[in-house]
Design a protein around this ligand. Structure first.
Ligand code: HGY
Ligand code: MN
Ligand code: MN
Length: 416
């Protein structure tokens, strides 16, 4: 039986598949992605699963149910990473799912059991997140083919280079009837479980996220000869905007982050004529998130007007908030109780997950595992072996709980 120690060892084995020797980066449709898929497939097959890679590059494993066309309970997470990533964001969930599938070998289930390693949750290469899971949810948008990575390679070309046929992308889509539900185990990526001294928690809802490219446009001028009253400094305007965004978000329940900025022309002796920066905006509900966006636009419009600057924006990602179904929350809660935590903690996930995309075609549930100091998207990401051990027990119990609840639901449908 795969122990927590082996799951953690496997997480570090996957670190080998990185674009860099000195830090972990594994992005969509790269040779590192292919290598991680192959390694995950080996572990899936050792757990008794039949494996395949779908038309979008997601790695799947399946154990049949009582009939060949039985719908599947899907367990999974993602195998891709952000640049300079930790070893557990995504990978822990995939490897815990494989370990639970192995533990359940020989245990009769009323449905098929599938494990998936999604290929692009982060969106680190092409800027659009959840590409792998959105293809499974049948949400692929043909406009995405022209998305380009930092080397100018289109998503379409990257498919071809990876050995995938873009014309067959539709084959990755799953019918809602083929999925009983989706469960994902993931590190919390926040400090709440640690603050409450809990190993595990259940997710109530996943924050809806929107990502934008914001642009402040002024006029490039000589750094020495241009008096202040004549300056239209795009970087100063962007800086005021960024500070205002943080002030507004802090005073609300939403979360706004500027992660990247680019200034042009970028010469030390030229007043910046243009500043482009990212905005990642989230909240527990889409209404809170969208209300905050409206306030941010209004505020930046005003401060740009005062400085004779122009403000433009382009939205490049949007994922609706995804509530976890009560019956799946209960299955996870009862799994956590089985590990000895009699009053499991519910958390709304500030981090996005593939479960948000899958929520468009199936009901979702999530199990959170404590991580050290809430650190994530950083090589300092860390989990305790005991928390992963308890997580495996809770995850396995949650699958059994879903099986019992699903049978009960089916009987009620028959008798009603
Ligand atoms: O950005 C997120 O929340 C996720 O880790 N991709
Ligand atoms: Mn992440
Ligand atoms: Mn993740």
């Amino acid at each position: 039986m795969t122990t927590a120690a082996e799951v953690l060892l496997r997480c570090s084995e996957l670190d080998r598949f990185s674009a860099h020797h000195t830090f972990l980066e594994r992005t969509y449709l790269t040779k590192e992605h292919a290598a991680a898929n192959r390694q995950a497939a080996i572990w899936m097959e050792q757990a008794g699963l039949t494996t395949w890679v779908d038309a979008a590059g997601n790695q799947w494993g399946r154990r049949e149910g009582p009939t060949p066309d039985a719908p599947a309970l899907v367990l999974g997470s993602h195998l891709d990473t952000v640049p300079d990533a930790g070893s557990f964001d995504g990978m822990l969930g995939v490897l815990m799912a494989i370990a639970v599938a192995e533990r359940l070998q020989g245990v009769e289930l009323p449905f098929a059991l599938e494990v998936v390693g999604f290929s692009d949750e982060e969106g680190a290469r092409f800027g659009k997140a959840l590409l792998g899971s959105q293809s499974v949810a049948g949400l692929w948008d043909p406009d995405w083919w022209e998305l380009r990575d930092r080397n100018g390679v289109t998503l379409h070309q990257a498919f071809l280079d990876f050995g995938l046929d873009p014309r067959r992308i539709g084959e990755a889509a799953r019918s809602p009837e083929s999925i009983v539900a989706y469960l994902e185990a993931h590190i919390e990526q926040g400090p709440e479980l640690e603050a409450a001294d809990r190993s595990l928690g259940y997710v109530t809802t996943i924050a809806g996220a929107r990502r934008f490219k914001l642009s402040v446009l002024g006029e490039a001028r000589h750094a020495g000869g241009t008096p202040y009253p004549r300056r239209r400094d795009a970087l100063v305007g962007a800086s005021e905007a960024i500070v205002a965004i943080e002030r507004l978000a802090r005073a609300s329940q939403s979360i706004a982050t500027v992660g990247r900025i680019e200034v042009r022309p970028g010469a030390v002796n030229v007043i910046p004529g243009r500043a482009d920066f990212s905005l990642d905006l989230r909240a527990a509900t889409d209404e809170e998130r969208d209300g905050m966006w409206d306030v941010i636009v209004e505020t930046i419009d005003e401060l740009c007007e005062e400085r004779w600057l122009r403000f433009e924006y382009d939205e490049n990602h949007s994922a609706p908030a995804a509530p976890c179904s009560p019956w799946l929350q209960q299955a996870v809660i009862d799994g956590i109780v089985m590990t000895g935590d009699t009053d499991p903690m519910g958390i709304w996930s500030r981090a996005g997950h593939d479960a948000m995309a899958i929520a468009q075609i199936a009901e979702i549930g999530m199990l959170f595992v404590r991580c050290y100091d809430g650190i994530s998207h950083h090589p300092g990401e860390s989990v305790r072996e005991i928390d992963v051990e308890l997580g495996l027990d809770a995850f396995e119990a949650a699958v059994r709980n879903v099986a019992a609840a699903w049978l009960q639901q089916r009987e009620q449908r028959v008798t009603s």
